[in-house]
Design a protein around this ligand. Sequence first.
Ligand code: KIV
Length: 284
Amino acid sequence: MSEREKVTLPRLFQKVEEGEPITMLTCYDFPTASFQDQAGVDMILVGDSLGMTMLGYDSTLPVTMDDMIRHSQAVRRGAPNAWLIGDMPYMSYQPSVETAIRNAGRFMAEAACDAIKLEGGAEMADRMAGIVAAGIPAMGHLGLTPQSVTALGGFRVQGRGAEQAKRIADDAKALEDAGAFAILLELVPDRVCQIITERAKNCFIISLGSGPHAHGQLLIYHDMFGLYPKFKPRMAKVFADAGAVILEGLKQYVQEVNDRSFPQPENWFGMPDEEYEELLRMLD
Ligand code: KIV
């Protein structure tokens, strides 16, 4: 298990100050969390993308608070030292500031998260401010925000035009003013990300498919290891095709059971002859 020091918010801001990039990945389960903590990942996001990557839905919308809490608890058990962010699922914060604070509090109290993330810009600034005022560090999420994928017209780049890019920059300012410690920019052009990063004073910027100029990078774990069978987003780099390795192993298992080359003696346990004889006598 991990021996590293616990990542704290001052440590994250120190990295930003010293120009060191922040690393961030999604994670949804205990063993993966353990690997990520050992690898030294700074921030782990238990994303509501688990609705797609782990539960097989076509979108993140069906994910519930109880789903998120269960997965966040497992990740915290595997990664005691990474800065753990619980992703607020659809309709867990949109209805009111009070709903937002109560559900953000569940991530902290029930799953020992360090922070939460929510989607949306100026229209969510009051939720962000309420959560921060309750003492809970909160991260914003702009650009492609999957909970609004229908309104955005699909999983596509946001802010290619100047007008929309200006709106995203204004939203980033509104979230920063509301107290966000960080903002994730998903699928916005690199130059838009650069401008927002340069303007950020009291928060840092994380890029997901938004170029190299942010303070840190995020990838979806399943994309970087070829573990999501439905599609591979263009911006994701496959660091190792674990999905192909697993599929090969599974095919080999099926073949070996069918041709009776598995199991071998090292895969089972015997019993002493005298105990076996005694058992046969007892069964007669
Ligand atoms: O749910 C998630 O994993 C996310 C990422 C797309 C950033 O919000």
